[in-house]
Design a protein around this ligand. Structure first.
Ligand SMILES: Cc1cc2nc3c(=O)[nH]c(=O)nc-3n(C[C@H](O)[C@H](O)[C@H](O)COP(=O)(O)OP(=O)(O)OC[C@H]3O[C@@H](n4cnc5c(N)ncnc54)[C@H](O)[C@@H]3O)c2cc1C
Length: 805
């Protein structure tokens, strides 16, 4: 066994082996894997092997596509058969909402160029003659889906990895981790230590225990999953082509052909958590005790859809543990706040995703950036609130809903509330319908109608719509208050702060005290990493604000880039300061009434920050906002929030001050064409493609500049466009294909209804020549192509007269 390596992958399930294989294949030397038993000893050993393109998330679908591409080539490359069968698969719908969801999937899959078709019940019956299609309204058919042998892919990738020079040490448990002061890791194993630059936690069922070795709290718990193989079925034996996999999500079942019979898999409504406090180290390759009563209803569902199974008996009932995270997506990428530690765990559909994620993780480690935007699986999408206990409660809700309709606006109650602003009870009293953003309870909208306190989830406009309209109108005509306490805030100080920040952003960091600048941070490819608003404070200190959900992501990037000489210090201010936005034509009058300062335009210019008392609370106030009205962001000590709130609300009565929520903010930012992090700003786009290209400075050096210079020389391939879409009741949500005639020419990044302009708006990237106002295009929403016209942005107040009033 080596004692020194570049990478040590912990865990030899499908995921760990896929990472090892790709690292070795792409040229890294000295990559090793340590496995406590034999390869495939965790969940991988007993997986059903379904492998499909379907995923509700665009980028996860890309991971699945990559897996399938890899599995189909493995035999030629490694000489080992991974047991791939192309069978096709169908996802059914028995109600209109499910049809809408399939419509969304259809359109999103078309953005990816996937082979996907609508099928009628009659066509489904032809594709799978054993299926009872009664009650079905339609379905989606992916002809190229298939299944694979989970051990087969793992062993084939392992042999590929060895061929490229990687080493695998089996029957050797990792017992501890120590990080040296120089950043290297010492991986302690039963057979000795290995010192390395990188650790990859692919511990599967044991990933939380492996995480704890480096003080990480990994929210992943195993649940028991059952699938049943039936005795041979004559009608299957007689066939000479494979039957497609059927997923009937409304009955929470899947059925696929296995040799001469069918397998029924099910997701019951009550998960059986398995060793939630930690899976015993000794567990390996053994099945769990079946509990037929527990899943009996779902067996009936299966037999209803496939009556032929009712004529057969059970050949084998497999029950095995699968890991579940709070939202069912895995936990991948650099582990906050560590250096040299990658996560590749929390997989519930790890066979489908292993090949692809192995490819992308290897690229991420080697290049410093992922090739595709992996935010939906990035472990830093969760903060410290997503701990073991949170997940313990959360998966009780997540597991039974694995096949539920995924709505863009459904806010489940499970494991809430976690983080609340001090004014939470006041928000509740005012009729807030809350959403959950990075663990924070944030009002989405306010309503006096009790029945509308709970939003009806839908892909179409719903009962929130009139309330959001009222809030936008109110902000446009009077003044509103928005609670953005959850903003991520970082104080940056030290003698090296200015130079260091200038290295991290393409914008020039403000040099004058009190100036604010929009400062995108870029990756080495020149694409968006983060979007910071930086204010220069006294004494060369900086106050940086970023999206709440990006807190760990952004702060991790700062930590990883800190200079070694100690000349820069970071202080997380997120939980010490709240933030209210007051916006609307009367915002200044309101502020003037409560501020111990001159807040006139002459004294308090747009784009600047000042500190003064509002009532009894010393606040730092930014004169800017994200909704495009005259407005102010008021940062304040969290412990004084209620005092400040009361001051504002009492003084605001004269101006009819009302609170507004996230949905109104989103609607208004779309009208202004303001970019959103991870929608318009992600790893696929540079600022040069967008309307904030003015933030790119060419006369200074920074991360990503070289790549940007090349983009500038070559010309951008895509350009951000604002479009008005002609639709009745279904606005674009993002990931909608954009067409010019028959040709797909782009994809939306976000969309929604602009209440102040009374139009359905999409933002999206298209070929530059099509980004000209007046260009007629089509945007596909829920499977329907809708007329759209490119418009000059911003649609609302193009002169910025209101925000600069
Ligand atoms: C019944 C069942 C059916 C399933 N069906 C499907 C399906 O159809 N399609 C699909 O995509 N997915 C399916 N899955 C899920 C899939 O099996 C998992 O998502 C996948 O196998 C996870 O792989 P992994 O490598 O992350 O983890 P694991 O397979 O759990 O592997 C982790 C490995 O790490 C090793 N390890 C842990 N700690 C240490 C340590 N300290 N030192 C050394 N080694 C360590 C373990 O021994 C183990 O071998 C199914 C799972 C089950 C149980």
């Amino acid at each position: 066994m080596k004692t020194q390596a570049r990478v040590v992958v912990i865990g030899g399930g499908a995921i760990g082996v896929a990472v090892l294989y790709h690292l070795a294949k792409y040229g890294w030397q000295d990559v090793v894997l340590v496995e406590k038993h034999e390869l495939t000893s965790g969940s991988t050993w007993m997986a059903a092997g379904n492998c499909s393109f379907f995923h509700s998330n665009y980028y996860c679908t890309r991971v699945n596509m990559k897996s399938i591409e890899i599995y189909q080539k493995l035999e030629a490359e490694t000489g080992q058969d991974p047991g791939w069968h192309t069978t096709g698969s169908i996802r059914t719908a028995d109600n209109p909402d499910r049809m809408d969801e399939l419509g969304y999937m259809y359109s999103m899959n078309r953005c990816l160029g996937l082979n996907v078709e609508w099928v009628t019940p009659a066509e489904m019956a032809q594709l799978h003659p054993m299926m009872n299609v009664e009650g079905l309204q339609g379905g989606l058919y992916w002809p190229d889906d298939g299944d694979v042998d989970p051990s087969g892919i793992t062993q084939a990738m392992a042999s590929g990895a060895k061929k490229y020079g990687a080493e695998i040490y089996q029957h050797n448990q990792v017992t501890g981790l120590t990080q040296k002061t120089n950043g290297e890791w010492i991986v302690h194993t039963q057979k000795g230590d290995i010192t390395c630059d990188w650790v990859v936690n692919a511990g599967g069922l044991w990933a939380p225990q492996v995480g704890a070795m480096a003080e990480l709290d990994i929210p992943s718990i195993a649940g028991e999953h059952t699938h049943i193989l039936f005795e041979a079925i004559d009608a299957v034996v007689e066939r000479d082509t494979m039957l497609p996999l059927i997923r009937d999500p409304d009955r929470s079942i899947y059925v696929r052909q296995e040799m001469d019979s069918l397998i029924l898999g099910l997701y019951e409504n009550k998960v059986k958590q398995w060793y939630p406090d930690g899976v015993p180290w000794e567990y390996a390759q053994s099945e769990l005790q079946p509990d037929i009563d527990h899943v009996a209803d779902y067996i009936e569902h299966g037999i209803h859809r496939f009556p032929i199974m009712g004529e057969s008996g059970f050949k084998h009932v497999t029950v095995g543990p699968i890991t579940y995270t709070p939202n069912g997506n895995p936990l991948v990428g650099p582990a906050y706040p560590l250096k040299g530690y990658f996560l590749a765990c929390g997989y519930s559909f790890g066979i489908t995703q292993a090949g692809g994620i192995g490819h992308y993780i290897a690229g991420w480690m080697m290049n410093g950036e992922p090739e595709i935007d992996l935010w939906s699986v990035d472990s830093r999408r969760y903060g410290s609130y997503a701990n073991w206990a949170y997940n313990h409660e959360k998966i009780e809700d997540t597991y039974p809903r694995l096949y539920s309709i995924i709505y863009p606006n459904e806010w489940r109650d499970a494991a809430r509330p976690n983080r609340t602003s001090p004014i939470y009870e006041y928000q509740k009293e005012a009729g807030a319908a809350f959403g959950d953003y990075y663990g924070w309870e944030c009002p989405n909208y306010f309503t006096a109608e009790k029945s509308d306190l709970s939003e009806t989830p839908s892909w179409r406009r719903n009962n929130a719509f009139p309330h959001v309209a009222a809030e936008c109108n109110h902000v446009m005509n009077k003044v509103g208050l928005l609670d953005l306490t959850r903003f991520a805030k970082t104080k940056i100080s030290g003698s090296g702060a200015e130079a260091w920040l200038n290295k991290l952003t393409c914008q020039k960091v403000p040099l004058t005290d009190g100036r604010i600048a929009l400062c995108p941070m870029l990756d080495h490819k020149g694409a968006f990493k983060s979007d910071m608003t930086i204010t220069r404070d006294r004494d060369g200190q900086y106050f940086c604000v970023t999206a709440s959900v990006g807190k760990r992501h952004d702060q991790h990037w700062l930590i990883l880039n800190l200079p070694a000489d100690g000349s820069v210090q970071l202080e997380d201010m997120t939980y010490k300061m709240g933030c209210f936005v007051i916006a609307g034509p009367q915002a200044r009058d309101l502020l003037a009434k409560v501020a111990y300062a001159d807040v006139s335009d002459a004294a308090f210019a747009f784009g600047t920050c000042r500190e003064f008392f509002i009532g009894r609370v010393k606040c730092r106030v930014n004169r800017l906002n994200y909704v495009g009205e005259l407005g102010f962001e008021i940062f304040h000590p969290i412990e004084s929030q209620i005092s400040l709130f009361k001051t504002l609300m009492q003084a605001g009565a004269e101006f009819d001050l009302k609170m507004f929520g996230m949905y109104a903010m989103e609607s208004m930012r779309l009208e202004k064409g303001y970019l959103a992090w991870k929608a318009e700003m992600n790893v696929h786009h540079t600022p040069l493609e967008t309307n904030i290209d003015w933030t790119v400075k060419w006369d200074k050096d920074y991360i990503g500049k070289q790549s940007l210079e090349k983009v500038r020389a070559d010309g951008v391939a895509l350009k951000l466009a604002g479009m008005v879409v002609d639709t009745e009741d279904s606005d674009p949500w993002g990931y909608n294909p954009i067409f010019k005639g028959k040709e797909q020419v782009g994809m939306t990044s976000s969309g929604g209804y602009g209440h102040r302009v009374g139009k359905s708006i999409a933002l999206g990237y298209v070929k530059p020549e099509l980004a000209e106002p007046g260009t007629r295009l089509e945007v596909e929403v829920l499977g329907q192509k809708l007329p759209a016209e490119v418009v000059a942005m911003p649609l609302y107040d193009p002169e910025n007269a209101r925000i600069k009033a």
